[in-house]
Each structure stands twice: as C-alpha cells, then as structure tokens.
Design a protein around this ligand. Structure first.
Ligand SMILES: [Zn+2]
Length: 69
C-alpha cells in the first residue's frame, strides 16, 4: 500500500478539446464553447444525410380538387 488511489484525483477531460477538465455544468465538456462546437457538429451532420427523401406533404393549393359550383 504505497499508492493510495483516490478516484477523485482523476478528472475526465473535455470530450471536445480533450485538454481541459470537464466542467460539472457543461458535462461532458469543459465549457459552453466546447458544448456548442460539438452540438453544431452534430446538427450539421444530422442535416447532411445524403439520400434521405424529404418527407414533404403534397400541399398544392386546391387545383386538383375543383369544387362543384
Ligand atoms: Zn473543451
């Protein structure tokens, strides 16, 4: 027993920059800045899905359905 290991001494690093210790407020990131960077990356990747058919409803303003006058 020469090395007392305390788990508290191990600070996880930020998932984004991997430099700064994780902030309790912005886990798993060190700051809002890093959290935003990751979020933006996530969103832009999510929007750039190739080949995904856009599920847009066919909303043509009443041209096909002519009402009976
Ligand atoms: Zn960071």
């Amino acid at each position: 027993m020469s090395k007392p290991v305390s788990p508290k001494s191990v600070q996880p690093k930020c998932s984004q920059c991997r430099k700064n210790p994780v902030s309790a407020q912005y886990r798993p990131f060190c700051s809002k800045r890093c959290a935003d960077v990751d979020l933006n990356k996530w969103l832009s990747e999510g929007y750039a899905i190739p080949g995904a058919p856009a599920d847009v409803a066919n909303e043509v303003p009443g041209q096909e359905m002519s009402e009976d006058d």
